[in-house]
Ligand binder design. Structure first.
Ligand code: UD2
Length: 308
């Protein structure tokens, strides 16, 4: 039996990970999520899942949980995922996006907890708008927001702690993840969830800029596949991996695909670019490929599944 902790397990990526992990009958999963962004309904029903509606910033609670449960795997995905929120509330988001990570690491170190692997989810935001493309893990790091600073600091704590104190750790930098369960409700939600919501409700969609900005849109199933692979592969330790497809797609092209697949004709409006927006971003995923994981879904295949 494997005991697995998923923080943020009621959120988009976390609950999709739980959907996959629960297929293995040997897995017992504990979810910690304060439902600030996640939803209880996202969590699959199973007697092998225990859900605690708690914040990862409840440090004493987390310490007790880790000491009592002695998890084999920790997927630390809980975060305030909104860059905009980190600009509004930098001190608060710092606690969630960095301090909570340090608390887990300290608990593991001080109590000599024998975890098999801890995985931390970082973000392509750490690269900022440095023009080097595609982004390699060794590309310049230019975090521009509290969100990106905390993701980078957390990721480095996780990796260097691992080396210093002999804890098996790994980190990932997500590019633009999309798929079912992504919440479209904030203006800073993933663009594809907003686009889908607009089409579902027959509302116009607003493009910020000329639509020629491109991204590395990666389907949730590939994200889940990649993180399980990295967490369970014993040779992937103390390293950070980009998680994307390695392909770039412009917003205009993705909108075209969407409208075709859904036979939709909603109006597309063009507005000024969003302040602080990055024009171009996509990943070099050679390191992920070399580790033994190959993404399975092109954007077209991913979109078809997403929109089915
Ligand atoms: C992504 C991450 C963010 C951070 C950043 C780092 C998501 C949701 N956000 O931001 O957390 O890691 O990468 O670079 O994954 N757009 C529109 N109309 C809309 C919404 C968005 O045109 O209604 C544009 C937006 O201006 C941008 C593009 O779509 O040019 C992608 O926007 P996004 O918020 O999905 O993702 P991004 O790459 O800005």
């Amino acid at each position: 039996m494997k005991k697995i902790l998923v923080t943020g397990g009621a959120g988009f990526i976390g609950s999709s990970l739980v959907d996959e992990l629960i297929k293995d009958e040997g897995n017992r999963i504990t979810i910690v999520d304060d439902l600030s962004m996640g939803k209880r309904d996202n969590i699959p029903k199973s007697d092998r899942i225990t859900f605690y509606e708690k914040s990862v910033c409840d440090y004493e609670y987390m310490q007790e949980l880790l000491i009592n449960e002695k998890f084999n795997y920790i997927y630390h995905l809980a975060a305030v995922a909104s860059v905009a929120d980190s600009i509004e509330r930098p001190a608060y988001t710092h606690q969630v996006n960095l301090e909570s990570t340090l608390n887990i690491l300290e608990t593991v170190r001080i109590n000599k907890l024998a975890i098999t692997k801890m995985l931390f989810s970082s973000s392509a935001a750490v690269y900022g708008d440095d023009p080097t493309l595609p982004k390699k893990e060794i590309s310049p790091i230019k975090p521009k927001t509290p969100y990106a600073i905390d993701k980078y600091a957390s990721e480095q704590f996780v990796l260097r702690y691992g080396e210093l104190y002999d804890i098996q750790t790994v980190a990932v930098r997500f590019f633009n993840v999309y798929g079912p369960k992504q919440n479209p409700k904030s203006p800073y939600s993933g663009v594809l969830s907003i686009l889908k919501d607009s089409i579902d409700n027959n509302r116009s969609f607003k493009v910020f800029g000329d639509g020629e900005q491109y991204r590395d849109f990666v389907f949730i199933n590939d994200v889940v596949g990649a993180i399980i692979h990295l967490a369970t592969s014993s040779k992937c330790v103390h390293e950070v991996y980009n998680v994307g497809t390695g392909k770039r797609t412009s917003l205009n092209n993705v909108i075209k695909d969407f409208k075709e697949i859904l036979s939709s004709n909603i109006p597309i409006e063009y507005a000024n670019s969003r302040t602080g927006d990055i024009k171009y971003s996509y990943a070099d995923i050679q390191k992920l490929l070399d580790s033994g994981y190959t993404p399975k879904y092109s954007v077209t295949q991913g979109l078809r599944l997403y929109l089915k």
